[in-house]
Ligand binder design. Structure first.
Ligand SMILES: Cc1cc2nc3c(=O)[nH]c(=O)nc-3n(C[C@H](O)[C@H](O)[C@H](O)COP(=O)(O)O)c2cc1C
Length: 178
């Protein structure tokens, strides 16, 4: 699978098989984060790998039914939490680049997972404080995202996307390129 195929094939997977992910696959997923570009190469991310069943189920309780599919927590062998130290990234004109750093790094990893036949689902909506406390994440870090990592038990249809003409401009705002 080439990069464009991985981009096209990736879906948010919210139901998982009760099936293992190998250590090599987990390492490849983490390597895709490690190799990501970041603001001034600050590499502000910290990654927690959860593999303990009870811990994953407790995380599911703290997520209050998000995603709204119990299978996400019941079966999946890994849950990944990505935190960031904003001080290691940049802030310019009110833009905090740790969100971009983590976004790029985690999407790298989600595409690598797709290439390995594995599923992920970016989870960005949660009560940060209780989950940080549960995972022992230091106060000065922000918890940006969570994702399951496992063998998909569903093949969702692609969700709708805007057409290029809806957001691409040719040189000046409003002049269509396509
Ligand atoms: C920053 C971000 C946060 C997201 N947060 C959640 C979430 O909290 N819960 C959830 O079920 N999906 C979440 N998603 C997944 C989106 O709903 C999903 O990417 C979108 O509907 C498109 O579907 P697809 O990923 O299958 O292409 C999030 C995605 C992104 C990029």
């Amino acid at each position: 699978m080439n990069v464009m195929q991985a981009i096209e094939n990736r879906r948010s997977i919210r139901v998982y098989e009760n099936a293992p992910v190998s250590r090599e696959q987990l390492t490849s997923f983490l390597e895709a984060i490690r190799l990501a570009p970041s603001w001034k190469n600050g590499q502000c991310w910290q990654v927690l790998v959860l593999s303990d069943r009870a811990q994953i189920m407790r995380l599911g309780e703290l997520l209050h039914g998000n995603p709204r599919r119990e299978g996400v927590f019941e079966n999946v062998p890994y849950f990944i939490a990505v935190a960031a130290d904003p001080a290691l990234s940049g802030e310019e004109e009110g833009k905090s680049y740790y969100m971009a750093d983590v976004g790029i790094a985690l999407e790298n990893a989600c595409l690598a997972a797709t290439d390995m036949g594995l599923g992920t689902c970016w989870i960005g909506l949660f009560d940060e404080q209780p989950i940080k406390e549960f995972l022992g994440i230091p106060e000065n870090l922000r918890l940006v995202a969570l994702t399951p990592l496992g063998v998909p038990a569903q093949s969702p249809h692609p969700r709708p996307r805007k057409a290029l003409a809806d957001f691409v401009h040719d040189g000046v705002w409003g002049k269509p390129l396509v």
